[in-house]
Design a binder for this molecule. Structure first.
Ligand code: ATP
Length: 314
């Protein structure tokens, strides 16, 4: 089984308990582990795979809390760095008008240093770049580009999820798009939400958006469509792969469960050739990943709601 290196942010989400008021009025907050690339590493390990998280947290109680959460999910955290800078914190509340009120206190996640020695262990494994905060600048952004280069030279399977967060890119969407493109060009697999595919391609129609991304270089594209399932585009074929019917209570983490499950199945292959040759194999993998995404919506929270291998059995 191949290793899946997931690079990016791990942070604390402080979610206001009294939803319906903005942050200035919020009194109580629930502390939750957050960060899409970390969720993906958890999703892989929970399915019995080899999820490795590469990120940076502060040498403080929040950083240690986050590492304990990942450890409890059997994620390999040996490559996670500790910094003197405080752990990154996000505070979020839903105001009365339904708008998200958001304060982001960026700390240690941006400090991730590049490790040239890692290249050796990259060979023939999988690299997942789940951008989110990584394109916001700082050492992490430089580290991202260097690992992308290393992955290309070490024949890794490269996966990219832009994880666009509107709160982080207000009035800076053009910069976000420009920064995403090198990753779209060089990744074997790109996972987008519909909104991300439309934003990055500038095209409303999802099938045409896929054509744009393929022309840029992406080999396999998935556009997640919530309850409708996933649009899979590869090998000249486009098809919506339906999901299963569920009663959702919280959609947080569904996309991370989806890409984690897909990468876990790819990590189980002896080599990567079949995913570039067999659409029906990809289709089966996406159907299973849809189920992982769907099941995640049936419980509260992201990491706690990620399914186990047994839950995905037919
Ligand atoms: P995120 O908000 O985590 O970034 P996303 O927008 O990328 O997620 P979604 O489309 O919400 O991802 O969900 C990922 C996958 O999970 C979908 O493609 C679908 O297969 C499955 N899924 C999500 N919500 C539902 C639902 N309500 N019913 C059935 N399946 C669902």
């Amino acid at each position: 089984m191949k290793k899946v290196f997931c690079v990016g942010e791990l942070l604390i989400d402080f979610v206001a308990e009294n939803q319906g008021s903005d942050l200035s009025k919020a009194i109580k907050f629930t502390k939750k582990a957050g960060g899409a690339p970390a969720n993906v590493a958890c999703a892989i390990s929970k399915l019995g795979g080899r999820g490795i998280f590469i990120g940076c947290v502060g040498e403080d109680p929040f950083g240690h809390f986050l590492l304990d959460v990942l450890k409890a999910e059997n994620v390999d955290i040996s490559l996670t760095q500790l910094s003197d800078t405080f752990t990154t914190l996000a505070f979020v509340s839903l105001a009365e008008d339904g708008e998200r009120d958001f304060v982001f206190s960026r700390g240690a996640d941006r400090e991730l240093d590049y490790d040239p020695l890692l290249r050796k262990s990259f060979k023939d494994n999988i690299l997942h770049l789940g951008a989110a905060t990584a394109l916001l600048g700082g050492p992490l952004e430089k580290t991202y580009s260097k690992y992308l280069f290393d992955a290309l030279t070490k024949e890794m399977f490269i996966s990219f999820d832009p994880n666009f967060r509107v709160d982080l890119w207000k009035d800076e969407e053009e910069t976000f798009i420009k920064k995403c493109m090198p990753f779209v060009e060089k990744s074997h697999l790109c996972k987008f939400s519909l909104e991300e595919a439309q934003l990055i391609s500038g095209i409303a129609d999802p099938e045409q958006a896929c054509d744009f991304m393929h022309e840029a270089g992406a080999k396999i594209i998935t556009i997640t469509l919530g309850a409708e399932g996933t649009l899979l585009s590869a090998l000249g074929i486009k098809k919506i792969i339906p999901s299963i019917a569920v009663q959702p209570v919280d959609t947080t983490g569904a996309g991370d469960a989806f890409i984690g499950c897909l990468l876990h199945q790819i990590s189980d292959l002896g080599n990567f050739d079949p995913v570039f040759e067999q659409f029906d194999l990809l289709e089966k993998m996406v159907a299973k990943a849809n189920k992982a995404g769907a099941l995640t919506t049936t419980q509260y929270g992201a990491i706690a709601a990620l399914p186990t291998k047994e839950q995905l059995e037919p």
